[in-house]
Ligand binder design. Structure first.
Ligand SMILES: Nc1ncnc2c1ncn2[C@@H]1O[C@H](COP(=O)(O)OP(=O)(O)OP(=O)(O)O)[C@@H](O)[C@H]1O
Ligand SMILES: [Mg+2]
Length: 565
């Protein structure tokens, strides 16, 4: 843009075109839908061989649970043996029964060991993968995503979600399967031995289904609400800690704590509200257990024995089999809340993984720039209109046009809030325009691979952000192809070389969190050195001196003057 037409266009003198035309500017939208809606969602991130190991674990857990009711049979045999009058005869009959009990105990030990090992292994693998992929996902989300979500809260929530799924898979899933198999095994055993009694037991199952469903639903909802509330509270805490100097300078420690408490209050109130519903459901489950045991005892005692449909040993077997089944059911329902929590967490994580990217899908390799774009010859804004997704009612740019040729140095001049930084963000392609086109060498910028494009650009923001590492690593910004010599040259170009050489460990000096161990001017010049080290074809400087005092501004201005020639 020539300096002359910058201001009028930035102030938006031209009428906006038809809104629908402008919305068509979103050319590179990717459609993604989260799909699975069941328990399998907790295994989303397992590889094929890990799923095989997991399934083996589940089979072992199933076998362990299903073999447990055999004890009822042995106990019934033992009760039968105890009825013998002769003590020697009792001991003779007890021996083989004890051996069978010992054998089943050994089998249970082996099966328990196997499923625990398999599931813990698969859970550990998946947890590591969730962690790894989330760093990638969080870094590949559109910049605009962070306009709507708090970065600090997102990290805290993800950690809690990963832990929920890991805990479920490693510590709960096996017990859940084993206890269900124990329940089913006990019930089947009871059916075979005395089907009338077993049917009475089944009549109580709808009570279980109703209250169990209520419990699971409430706990899942509570998990989602509480995680949201705690993430918000964590955001407040992290914000205050990150800005500790400002908080301390304004004596804001008390206020920050009060804000934190206020956020926690919502989690507390939500917990109390759902607590009552969960209590009702848990009480209902107790009602079920009582019916489960009481009804068959009543029915068996009064009806079956009087009608001689079942003998006393059979009755003892059925009752013990039902006790084993009930204890399996109690364990099973106890694990359901953890299942509900893990499913809610896994779904939330899956949704996050599938978050829509407007700018570019997450690619592991950098797309190649077209031949025509090896050097930047022209940049053109053609009737660009833009509004931020979080503030759709306010147009920041309207029909904004300018053209820059290779070698030109241009400045955007305008009042605060008129859209200078926004223009730079459109050039970085943090956002796509809502209307019009941003063209580079005549190619629409939204059709250019974004990572490769950003490699061509050096960017210094209004408030430079440095990482908590050495000056050297900050200037390289993770790009190992930049040599130490190039870093030195860039530091000289940014007039920070002498300053860095004067530090205790020279370029290896740790600059503190956010560069807090350097002065504002030093931080800004380090950020300029970082931009220069990339040998960029396009240097974007967004009011690189705006946040500085007079002396620092003078030094940085000298640096910029020397760069701009
Ligand atoms: N991420 C965002 N989400 C919503 N609105 C935003 C966002 N960033 C900036 N804005 C709004 O867009 C408008 C233009 O902001 P911009 O930062 O481009 O102004 P600027 O010209 O750089 O101002 P300054 O000279 O103060 O830096 C402002 O009204 C601002 O409030
Ligand atoms: Mg700005």
């Amino acid at each position: 843009m020539s300096e002359n037409d910058a201001l009028p266009v930035l102030l938006g003198q031209h009428p906006v075109r038809d809104l629908q035309d402008i919305e068509k500017g979103q050319l590179c939208k990717q459609e993604r839908q989260p799909s699975e809606d069941d328990i399998a969602v907790v295994t989303t991130h397992l590889k094929y061989c890990e799923k095989v190991v997991l399934n083996f674990g589940l089979v072992f857990a199933l076998a362990q649970g299903a073999s447990t009711p055999a004890v009822a049979w042995f106990i019934a045999e033992a009760v039968d043996a105890l009825q013998a009058r002769d003590p020697d005869n009792v001991m003779k009959r007890m021996g083989p029964i004890l051996i069978k009990i010992g054998a089943i105990a050994l089998i249970q030990f082996l099966l328990g060991f196997l499923w625990q090992s398999c599931l813990a292994w698969a859970a550990a693998k998946q947890s590591k993968r969730w962690h790894l992929s989330f760093v990638g996902v969080l870094l590949s989300l559109d910049v605009s995503w962070y306009d709507e979500h708090e970065p600090a809260g997102v990290a805290a929530k993800l950690e809690a979600d990963i832990n929920n799924v890991h805990f479920f898979m490693s510590k709960t899933l096996g017990f859940l399967i084993a206890s269900f198999a124990q329940f089913m095994g006990g019930l089947v055993f009871a059916m075979i031995t005395g089907w009338q009694l077993a049917l009475v037991v089944c009549a109580t199952i709808p009570i279980l289904l109703f209250f169990g469903h209520l419990l699971g639903k409430e706990i899942a909802q509570q998990t989602i609400d509480q995680q949201r509330d705690f993430a918000q509270a964590a955001t407040v805490a992290e914000e205050s800690i990150m800005a500790i100097r400002t908080v301390a300078a304004f004596g804001g420690e008390g206020k920050a704590t009060a804000r934190f408490e206020k956020e926690l209050l919502s989690a507390k109130l939500g917990g109390i509200r759902t607590g009552a519903k969960i209590g009702f459901a848990a009480g209902g489950l107790n009602l079920f257990y009582s019916c489960f045991l009481g009804l068959p005892l009543l029915f068996g005692g009064h009806y079956l024995l009087s009608h001689n449909d079942v003998n006393k040993t059979g009755m003892v077997t059925v009752i013990f089999a039902m006790c084993v089944a009930v204890s399996g059911l109690i364990s099973f329902s106890g694990f359901l809340p953890i299942l509900a929590k893990a499913v809610a967490s896994a779904k939330a994580m899956k949704q996050m993984m599938a978050a829509e990217r407007v700018i570019e899908p997450p690619l592991h390799t950098m797309g190649e720039l077209p031949d025509k774009l090896q050097t930047i010859d022209t940049i053109e804004f053609k009737s660009v209109s833009f509004r931020y997704p979080t503030r759709p009612e306010k147009w920041v740019l309207q029909n904004f046009s300018f053209r820059v040729e290779k070698g030109q140095k241009i400045a955007l001049v305008g009042e605060s809030g008129c859209g200078k930084s926004t223009t730079i963000q459109l050039l970085e392609r943090f956002y796509d325009p809502r209307g019009g086109e941003v063209l580079v060498n005549g190619i629409q910028l939204c059709k250019v691979p974004v990572k490769a494009w950003r490699q061509l650009i050096g960017y210094v923001g209004q408030e430079p952000v440095l990482f908590a590492t050495s000056a050297m690593k900050n200037i390289k910004a993770g790009d190992d192809s930049i040599s130490d010599e190039q870093v030195m040259e860039a530091a000289k170009g940014a007039q920070i070389y002498e300053t860095l050489m004067g530090l205790p460990d020279k370029f290896e000096t740790f600059v503190g969190a956010g560069g807090g161990l350097l002065s504002g001017g030093q931080r800004q010049r380090l950020a300029i050195a970082r931009a220069l080290a990339k040998s960029p074809q396009l240097l974007l400087l967004d009011e690189a001196t705006s946040a500085l005092d007079n002396e620092s501004e003078r030094m940085v201005q000298e640096t910029l003057d020397s760069l701009l020639g």
